[in-house]
Design a protein around this ligand. Sequence first.
Ligand code: FRU
Length: 917
Amino acid sequence: MGKYFIFGGILTLLLFCGCQPKVQKKKQVIAFSQCIGSDAWRQTMLEEMKRELSFNPDIDFLYRDAHGDNNVQINQIRELVKQDIDLLIVSPNEAEPLTPIVDSVFQRNIPVIVTDRKTSSGQYNAYVGADNLAIGKLAGQYTRTILHGKGSVGLVTGLSGTSASIEREKGFMQQIEDAATIRVNGVIQGDWEKNKAYSEMRRHIDQMAQNDIIFTLNDQMAMGVKKALDEAQIKKDIKIIGVDALPGPGNGLEQIIQNKMFASILYPTGGTEAIRTALAIINHQNYRRENILATVVIDQTNAELLALQSDKIKQQQYDIDKRQEFITEQNKIYRDQKSVLNVVVVSLVLAVVFGGISIVVIKSNWEKNKHLEIQNSEILAQQKQIVDMNSKIQQAAEIKNNFFTNISHEFKTPLTLIIAPIEDLQLRTDLTEEVKEQLSRIRRNAKKLQRLVSDLIDIHRISKSKIKLHAALVQIDPFIQQITASFRPLFKKNRISISYVNKTRLKEVWMDEYLMEQVLSNLLSNAIKHTAASGRIEIILEENNFKDYFYLRVMDNGLGIAPSDIEHIFDPFYQGASSRDGSGIGLAYSKQIVELHHGQITVSSKTGHGSIFTLRLPIGNNHYEPAELVKFDNAEKSPMQQQDILDTTRTVKDNNLSFRSNTSKSIMVVEDDDEIRDYLRSLLEGDYNLFLAKDVQQANSMMKTHFPDLVITDIMLPDGSGMDILKDIKAFYQTAHIPVILLSALANEETMMEGNKLMADDYIAKPFHAELLRIRISNILQSRHQLKEKYSSNVEQFDNAQAEQVNENDKRFLNNLAAIVESKLSDQRLSVDGIAGDLHLSRVQLYRKVKHLLDCSVSEYIIERRLKKAKSLIAEGLTINEIFSSVGFSSASYFASAFKRKYGQSPSAFKKELDKK
Ligand code: FRU
């Protein structure tokens, strides 16, 4: 991470350096206070200054024009000083009034350059301008030369308080006074202005017009004098000499060339020099205090030349300006390009930095990846080892489990063979009490072992996931009531009250009825065992606020469970002090069943006060896998009909019913003797589901709802004869297939003959041999099963050869069924209800009968017929598209998949095979 921070730091620094504007140095400020800015000479001065400043863009320039007013100029200087100027250039209007303010500026250590005119104190850093005294003298000498030492001159002065006027006049007068034959005839004041000079000239025209030469202290006033002379139409050739000789239209130089003025003393404006001196001062370079500009007399002899030079300079100046503009432009481009370059450089640096970071990151990632790859391959190797180990463990577990299951099964047979003879022995009347008691103990413990073995097999099946859920909608109230009813004798015996309250809106819930019955039975039998006489057991059905779970609570007020036992109570084989199970398996088994239902079982208990076992199960069926749900389709059972079927097969552990499993065959036993009935029950309940009837009436009512696979009936019954039961069974179309064994002490030929006539399937005399009975039962059911196999695999070939084993009624039934199904084979809506209606049977009766005779469901039978028909149509050469709808399939694909499932190859493959033959 550290390196990223370093990179981040560098980056920030670069960005900071690249993008932060440079700290701006305060620009230096040069201020220029001009006494009057309107005339050409001073405008030229200003232009020169600006031009010079254009080479120094870092300098700010402040310019103020006092319009010839001393006070204005004083105030302007004050205002400029306040602006924190670095240097003041001043051209004072009049020397005296301006001296204090200029001195104060100087005394503030603000450099002062005086230009053209001066203050009277001389307190300044530098002076830039011509020597006005010298100019006056030059003008005097020139006058003397022109006049050849003899004549008269007039003088036009500037503003009286200005140094330029004073000095020029002084210098001129000195020269004139030296020449004795030249006299000064008239001095007028023009205040530097053309108009003032003109008006003064007019006032004194007579006097002034007598002169040979009139010297005006600048060219502007010379033009006023000329105008006045011209207006007065003075014929005399009066030569006018001025000062400035400024080039440009209308200025002195042009006046000379046009002969309107005789001569002018060149007086440079000094703008350029003033700025150069100023820059030297503020840059702390060497500079001269007195910068006296050169001067010369300009007249006809050199005016043209000067004008040319001036034009040339102007042209050059223009070029310079252009170049300056170009440079400015280039500067701008340069600055822009510099900015772009800066951005590019910063970007480049960033790219390099990021590139560097990327390389470092990529390298580090590469290293990490390499490391991960190594780790990964190590993990994969470990995984493989684990998988190998796991499969070895699984194999070992499988071997162990199989051994376990086989051993458990092996236990069953000897146990049954122990119990049956004991029960046989118990029936004997010649036993002493002691022997009876011992037999009873042996039987009790053998039974206990038998239950334990069954539990072991069940729990084992669950743990191996062999038990699959067959969840269906179950009517919850009847379900619970039936289970509690089966415990009623025990409740009665122990004088325990039982109640069931449904506090929910639920009428039906999704569960595997068979498995859940075992859970509830287990909880109830535990509760009974641990509840004292006169105790109370309550079953309550509740649901949670979200209505997505229901709670089935079994509460007792019995002994309760010790806290030390509670956490182990659902462990297999746990037998604590207050263990609930005889074997310790029941609750573990129940827990597994509840978890198979995606629910939980919990317990809360207080010793001496009782226990509450709570099943928490999801409402609805979304939590089940499709394979865990009982499937329904048009030709199959609806949930309610399924319920009907379940109800018909439902046998609970009461006196009349004994349920083993859904797949076990069922036997109805009709026997009035309680002991023999119980004995038969104990003999058969391990292998079959049993319906136990005491008399003809009970037997008849059971036959209406249950369709046993076999009936064993005594002949002498309290309310009639077993022969009647046999007769009824064989007479009815719906029940004729059920084999009947007569069991009777009436072992005479007559009775046996009667039985045979009524088509009894076997006859066993009392007292019977238990194993013999079991073998006989098994043989009959086996032969029925073989017959069914034969029959269902080749229904249409059913013929007389088999008729001897299937009675007439069954034959008729099967022929009718085949005829109905065959006639409606192309009807996609062919349904179990429709067929049952055509055969005048209930749906349940049809289902049971087909199951019994053909060992398949009605819908399986229909599909089989359809596929067989399809097979024959393929053989006839019809195409698959022609066939599928004619045998009642809704689509070719559904047909193809059903065909393939049945025959192991697709219809087209089957056709190809046929074509080859
Ligand atoms: C311009 C001017 C010039 C003259 C100078 C004297 O204002 O009158 O013509 O030479 O000032 O200060």
